[in-house]
Write a protein that binds this ligand. Structure first.
Ligand code: PMP
Ligand code: GLN
Length: 380
């Protein structure tokens, strides 16, 4: 078979989780919590199953869940999405991302991605016949930032879409209002679409706001905004997310969605809708993860790693140049094998070989897991 994705192998997350398991390492690599979700959410799904919510959901998602999402987006970001025509429930953010790309990108269209970036964007663009156009983030002592002048310079008449991600995996940076204004200045007056990956929307720290694209009228009018219940409710294995977009974009999205998955599993949707009535879980999430971030950063300050800023997500990037001159991938494997703490090389988030001497740790872990990892990292 001639591969549609010849450059793609097994994802770094699968590889590093397997290596961590093989060596009995603390897995701070792949991003997922090692603690369970709120038992009330489990009860809500259990009740939904027992109440008979076990057949196909509507193609677009359960109305009660779409309405809960619309109400939340209006309350948080001041954008009134129509639950009937502008929100669709997806099988995780991953399916929302590839479906948005497949419905909008024609063969030969260019899509700008800002590297390092989440590993599903570029294969999704390639499968649509599009051409990924990577623009590298700037990284210096102050951390990572998006060079909007370079993004503007990458725009051509073939640019169909720009993909942004805030809070950002893997760097833990966030976009601010000024970033969105810079992006809006680039796309205003063009027919360029925005795909905004906001799965970590509730993991923004130090009292900063989440600069959702849905908050920004120029951007929201041309954007697919993606989120995931997996991140917000500690249920990454459920693979339920959603996409919000203006009705004409969503109509095209749904044409593809109905043949990607048709619909997403019903009892999880019903349970999530019931659980969403209480705003406390997402309202309390920044404080919950900020405490873990601070615990982890305080511990790392006693090691030979150098901390980069971590304004959002549940990831902490560190430099190891004072420790080793191995490549990122070799260093992450060495750390897993010898020190028994797994990390992810940031080089895995670039399309071309890029070595910055930086690896990513996930701190969505029990305190005891983080403390155990910190004890080992202090020996490096
Ligand atoms: N986007 C980013 C930036 C992510 O980190 C993740 C988490 N793996 C996803 C999308 C995918 O989310 P989901 O598990 O809901 O498909
Ligand atoms: N989003 C998670 C991460 O970045 C894992 C996703 C996956 O395993 N595909 O670590």
């Amino acid at each position: 078979l001639q591969s549609r994705l010849p450059a793609v192998g097994t994802t770094v997350f699968t590889l590093m989780s397997a290596l961590a398991a093989e060596h009995g390492a603390v897995n701070l690599g792949q991003g997922f919590p090692d603690f369970d979700c709120d038992p009330r959410l489990l009860d809500a799904v259990d009740a939904a199953m027992r109440a008979g919510h076990n057949q196909y959901a509507p193609m677009t998602g359960l109305p009660v869940l779409r309405e809960a999402i619309a109400a939340k987006l209006a309350a948080l970001y001041g954008h009134a999405y129509d639950a009937a025509t502008e929100i669709t429930i997806t099988a995780g953010a991953t399916q929302g991302i590839i479906t948005a790309i497949l419905c909008a990108v024609h063969p030969g269209d260019e899509v700008i991605v800002i590297e390092p970036c989440y590993d599903s964007y570029q294969p999704s663009i390639t499968l649509a016949g599009g051409v990924p156009v990577p623009v590298a983030m700037r990284v210096d002592a102050g951390g990572y930032s998006v060079p909007w002048d370079a993004v503007a310079a990458a725009v051509t008449p073939r640019t169909r879409m720009i993909v942004v991600n805030t809070p950002h995996n893997p760097t833990g940076t966030i976009l601010r209002r000024a970033d969105l204004d810079a992006l809006a200045a680039i796309v205003d007056g063009t027919d360029i679409l925005i795909l905004s990956d906001e799965v970590y929307e509730h993991m923004v720290y130090d009292g900063q706001p989440h600069a959702s694209v849905s908050r920004h009228p120029v951007l929201a009018a041309r954007a697919f905004v993606v989120s995931s219940f997996g991140k917000t409710y500690h249920v990454t294995g459920w693979k339920v997310g959603y996409v919000a977009a203006p009705a004409p974009l969503m109509a095209e999205f749904r044409k593809v969605h109905q043949y990607n998955v048709f619909s997403v599993n019903t009892p999880m949707q019903a349970g999530l809708a019931a659980f969403m009535r209480d705003p406390a879980p997402w309202r309390d999430l920044p404080a919950f993860y900020q405490r873990k971030r601070d615990l982890f950063r305080a511990g790392l300050a006693n090691t030979r790693f150098t901390l980069l800023p971590a304004d959002g997500t549940y990831f902490q990037c560190v430099r190891y140049d004072g420790i080793s001159d191995l490549s990122e991938s070799e260093f992450a494997q060495w750390l897993t094998r010898e020190i028994k703490v797994a990390a992810i090389p940031v080089s895995a988030f670039y399309s071309k070989p890029t070595e910055s001497g930086i690896v990513r740790f996930c701190f969505a872990k029990k305190d005891e897991t983080l403390n155990g990892a910190l004890e080992r990292l202090a020996t490096v």
